[in-house]
Ligand binder design. Structure first.
Ligand code: ATP
Length: 216
């Protein structure tokens, strides 16, 4: 099999934590992805609570990735000034990569449940596959009707040798952490070393992020 496979994990990463990294590594290994791009959102259109700037969230992603095989950051959305839509990012990536490589958009079950609220969500699959994993306490049962319809048309048992167009699921050991809970803990002055890579915690400290005085 020679077709390149590029994974894309978008997120607020406010801040990045071990759940994001575990998802990226699990997808890399399960789907034999040549690389996984972790791509912080710019000004997020769905979440406007971001406590760290786009540049800071990107810096934390780079620190978290370190030299882990196959993981890279993608700065493109942090460099945009307007709203960022995944469908436009995927179209841009497809134009850059050409028709051959598979693009695999990675997400947790919370995002899949929410998919029908994404801008032009039906077009995502023109540019990429979607690969979803269950997140703790966010069920994959009883999905919203538009998502069920998309699954009925595009759901597959395994990733086909095509560039785009399928929805697949993968399993990873649950990592019970969310950035929301992390921000709350950091705002209380805790230092959750088990959930955030050390260089990221050091960055949070030195830039005084998420502390009581800066929490929105
Ligand atoms: P917040 O709590 O602020 O909503 P978050 O922790 O959900 O943040 P995001 O940046 O929104 O983080 O997530 C980016 C992607 O990573 C999403 O697809 C999300 O489903 C996935 N993800 C986040 N946390 C986990 C986790 N613990 N396990 C598996 N996937 C996760």
């Amino acid at each position: 099999m020679s077709r390149r496979r590029i994974g894309l994990l978008g997120g607020t990463f406010d801040p990045i934590h071990i759940g994001h990294l575990a998802l990226a590594r699990a997808a890399r290994d399960v789907f034999r992805l040549d690389e996984v791009r972790l791509m912080p959102t710019g000004r997020s259109w769905q979440k406007n609570h971001a406590a760290a700037s786009a540049a800071q969230r990107l810096a934390m992603v780079d620190l978290a990735i370190g030299r882990q095989a196959g993981l890279v950051s993608d700065a493109r959305e942090t460099l945009r000034t307007g709203a960022t839509y995944t469908v436009e990012t995927l179209a841009e990536m497809r134009a850059e990569l050409g028709p051959e490589p598979a693009i695999v958009l990675l997400m947790g079950s919370d995002q899949l449940r929410n998919l029908a609220s994404w801008h032009r969500y039906q077009e995502l699959l023109k540019h990429a596959h979607i690969a979803c994993t269950q997140r703790e306490r966010v069920s994959l049962q009883n999905l919203p009707e538009p998502v069920e319809a998309l699954l009925a048309a595009h759901g597959r048992d395994s990733l086909p040798d095509q560039a785009a167009g399928s929805i697949v699921f993968f399993v990873m050991p649950p990592v019970p952490v969310s950035a929301t809970v992390l921000r709350e803990r950091l705002a209380r002055g805790e230092r959750p070393e088990e959930l955030v890579p050390r260089p990221v915690l050091d960055y949070i400290d030195s830039h005084r992020l998420y502390g009581p005085a800066t929490e929105h």
